[in-house]
Design a protein around this ligand. Structure first.
Ligand code: ATP
Ligand code: MG
Length: 304
């Protein structure tokens, strides 16, 4: 399989990587933030410069000509963890897939910038190469490609795009062995096809393995906690917490306060009907746990 991957035409390889960033659908079908700034609720586009990783302003997107995102505003800075919660079908996964450039989601309005570049002008693979990573709510299996080959190709594509040398197979195995230990994953998983036959929890762990290997600057984690037993949740949360730094930003989509006990968010946002309608600190998730979504109705205009 190594041979197959290494002899793939570059375009096919890029397709493979883009598909990895896009839930692999096409393979199946066609300076630290001050404490004060952290505490202030913020769901608006960034009103002040400095440390901005992602600035989303009035983002609208359609699926099959049906409007799903109806004006999302979000400002994410280095070092921050943002949790997005909200009822089923409110647009959380659509928002994250739109950010990584999934072909099924057509942007119809608004802007999004990533590290001061126009995110929407970048191809999906460029977004991945420039440091955006998404772990999917439903990780997809890739028959015929081993995890080891997949990860090494993904890493080397990213390194080449950043002007760095490729890692050799030996260097790769030293590196991946460290990463496996870091998230408590057995080496056996390297020789298995990507996600094929993995349990729900193993797939989620595999997503985090990809994240810690690729070291993104912006990680978007869609329902990382779904399907995890309580010990796995703690271990994976530890992996995410080890990955966190003053230079990285994390957006976590979740339905449950429980995950936020392990990975502390700086901001909690509520998405409803394609927009972020309320932003608060970690206590907002506790209120949701206690009261559900019924009390949150009116859109809130929060500026920074
Ligand atoms: N590819 C698609 N084709 C058709 N409809 C879609 C597609 N993607 C999203 N939708 C629709 O867009 C709406 C928002 O879906 P999305 O998956 O973003 O919700 P969500 O907030 O992530 O929900 P959940 O909490 O259940 O994961 C839903 O009504 C969904 O059916
Ligand atoms: Mg979803």
């Amino acid at each position: 399989m190594t041979a197959i991957v290494s002899t793939m035409p570059r375009a096919a390889l890029l397709l493979l990587l883009a598909c990895a960033a896009l839930e692999l659908d096409a393979l199946q079908t066609p300076p630290a933030i001050s404490a004060g700034a952290r505490r202030r609720p913020r769901a608006a586009p960034c009103m002040a410069a400095g440390d901005v990783v992602l600035d989303v302003n009035g983002l609208q997107a359609n699926v099959d000509d049906v409007p799903i995102l109806k004006g999302v505003n979000l400002c994410v800075r280095k070092g921050e963890v943002h949790a997005i919660m909200g009822p089923n079908g409110s647009g959380k996964s659509t928002f994250s897939k739109t950010l990584v450039g999934h072909y099924a989601y057509k942007v119809t309005g608004g802007t999004a910038s990533y590290l001061d570049q126009d995110l929407l002008a970048l191809d999906p693979e460029e977004r991945a190469q420039r440091g955006i990573f998404m772990s999917f709510q439903y990780p997809v299996e890739v028959p015929g490609v081993t995890n080891a080959d997949f990860l090494r190709v993904a890493l080397n594509e990213k390194r080449l795009a950043m002007g760095q040398d490729e890692v050799s197979p030996l260097e790769f195995f030293a590196l991946i062995s460290r990463k496996l230990k870091q998230i408590g994953m057995k080496a056996d998983f390297l020789n298995r096809n990507v996600n094929e036959g993995f349990s729900g929890g193993e797939k989620k762990r595999n997503e985090i393995l990809q994240m810690v290997l690729l070291e993104p600057q912006l990680a978007i984690l869609d329902e990382l906690d779904s399907g995890l037993d309580i010990d796995a949740l703690k271990e994976i949360a530890e992996g995410v917490n080890n990955f966190k730094s003053k230079d990285t930003a994390i957006i976590m989509i979740t339905h449950y306060q429980r995950l936020l006990d392990y990975i502390k968010p700086d901001f909690v946002h509520i998405m409803s009907n394609g927009r972020i309608i309320k932003t608060g600190d970690a206590s907002l998730a506790l209120e949701l746990e206690a009261q559900g979504y019924g009390w949150v109705t009116e859109p809130e205009q929060v500026t920074q």
